[in-house]
Structure formats: structure tokens, C-alpha cells
Design a binder for this molecule. Sequence first.
Ligand SMILES: [Zn+2]
Length: 393
Amino acid sequence: MTDEIFRHDGYVFEFEANVVSVNGDEVILDSTAFYPGGGGQVCDTGSIRDIRVTEAFYNKDGDIVHRAPGNDLTPGERVWCSVDWDRRYGLMQGHTGEHLLFCSLKRQCPDLTITKIMISPESKYVIVNHDLTWEQIRDAQRFANQAIVDNLAVTKSIMDRDDPDLEKVRIKLDRIPEDEEISVVAIGDIDLSACSGVHVMETGELEMLIVDRKVSAGKDGIAIHFKVGQEAKDAAADMTSIATAIVDEIGCKTEDSVRAVANSRHELDLYGRLLRKATKDLASRIPTEDVGGIQVYSAVLPGSDRAVLTDTAESVKSRGGVALIVGVTDTLSVIMASGDTRVDCRKLLPEVLKQFGGRGGGKPDFAQGGVQDAALADEVSKALKDAVLKSLD
Ligand SMILES: [Zn+2]
């Protein structure tokens, strides 16, 4: 079995070892500081001699395999190895940050459980079983950052399966094989969690912890994304600028901004519903007219609710008629639908819109397009009707 240096010292990143076996790209050493991944934390990268190690993982015998593509290593060779330290230290900070964040969130919601963890250079998140409010997350964040200021010790100990203190530990016993010892990580006196990953020694090393996003993770729950260290500081500074710009744009006090946005959205929903109803009413009052023996529906309507316009066009088409609808917003969006094979939307619509500097396309029975200048609505509408009449000659 490989001697796993990271188990007793997470800060060793350069070491000497003997090559035990080489099988193509896969190299086994007698001892290694390469963390093979686990507990949601991705594996280390680095080098053996001067050869790149792109991955490290456990094989079925419990040895750590280093993937070193194109290597010329030979068994028995003594080699100088190095783990990519900045990457690894970031992962240690992230992993410790995950412990700290989760125990802080759990203080807000005692029934919170972890579904999944991801600690990689690109993203750090913990998926929890249910949503939390931003107030709860803010309070958890404060608690975590106080623990960072307090510079609590992060220590590791081994516990027996029958240790009565095990009930104080966050642990998924069913995930730990019967013959495996239980490694418990403590953060000061605020958290005990079973974990065999690599961590920093003191919470002060995290520098700062922020939650910068929460998104649905489907049936797994909610993914709480976070950052630690310099990354957290940079993100916090950026987010402060963005938030300040938003508050400035809204024109309210910072503490009122969330409510102000919610109110605006509520109003917008309301206006949207009212406009949809008004557009529908208006659309239904416009009669069709006989153009060369075809029922033509020609209308200039408010264009913000495309669904209403499309539904109206489809309904005319389904009755064998032709719909010519000009929707007005800052620009014109034009919909043409035809239930009569003599009128080809794909041909007519682009021809007409081109005269007004616009473009369009689609199928023979349904086409849509646009014109930049909203002042041309009536002219576009008339030109469309003329084109239909002309095409019937
Ligand atoms: Zn851990």
C-alpha cells in the first residue's frame, strides 16, 4: 500500500519516493503527497521527476495511481515529485470552507443535510436538501467569517465506531466501509465532521468566505456556491460595485433595494397581464375583410406580447384565412400566416419588409420578420395587404 503523506501532513508538496510499478501511463509510488480525490474534492496534479501528472486516483487494490502520460519512469527509480501547490492549497481552503459553511448554515436550519459537495479550482459548492433565505445565508456567512477571525484550530482525530461521542459528529456511517477507521475533523468547538480529505490547519487560512450564488440542483436540492481566500475577497469587492451600481440605478437605499426590485417585478407582471388582456380584446374586435375572395385579417397591435399575436395569426390561418399582423414596440415585429395555398408567406413577407429596410422568413404558411422603424407600422400593414391582393391576380 502506498504511504499517504497527505493523511498526516497536508502541507507537504515536494517529496522523494521510489517508483513501485509502471503500467503505461499509470505509475505507483511507495509514498505520495498526491491527494487522489474524494469527499467532493478533486485530485491533485503535479509532476514526477519532470513528467506531468494529470490525475491521481485509487485503484481497486487501494494504491494511489498517478497518471503520467508518455512517461519513461522505471520501477525502482528514486524520483523527486511535486504537487501543484497553489492549486492544492486552494482546494484545501475550499474543502475546509465547505465544512465551515455547512456548519454555519446548519445553525440557521438544523434540519439541513448535504446531498453533494464539489470542490474544484473552477467551482466550489455544497448541495443541501432545501432552500434557505438570503437572510439565513447572510447570518451563516457572518458566523463563518467570525470563525475565520477567531482563527480556530482545524484538527483531525480517529474515532471508534462504538465511541459514544460519535453522535455529535456529522457522519454518513453507511458510506464508510466496516474495516475503515473513522477520521473526524474538528473546527474549534463549532463543528465535528467525519472526513478523510485534506484541510488547512487554522480557519484564519481561509481569509474570507462568501456565498456568491444559489441555484436549484433539481431533485438533489439547492446548490450553494461559495468562495474562499483571495478569490472571495476579489469577488466580494466586485459584487459590492455591482450591487452599488444596481442600487444607484433603482434610486433607493441599499437596504430597500431587494424590496424595490420585488415591487417592480410585481408591477411588471401586473402590467404584462393587463396589456395581454387589452391586446387580446383589441385583436378580437378587428374584423376580417374579403380580399380577392380570401378572408384577410389585417391588424396593427401592441407588440409586447408575441404569444397573443401568434395565437391570433394561427387562429385566422386555421379558418383558411390570411393573417397580416404588425406588432408595435420600439420596432415592428411582423407576423404573416396563411391558410390558403395561393398566398405564400415565405415569398411575400421578405419581399414586402425589404422595401422598409426590414427582413423576414419562415414557411409558406407562416413567416415572421421585423422592421426597425416603428413609425412605419401603417405603411407596412398596407403594403402587406396590397402584396396579398397582387399575388392573387
Ligand atoms: Zn473534509
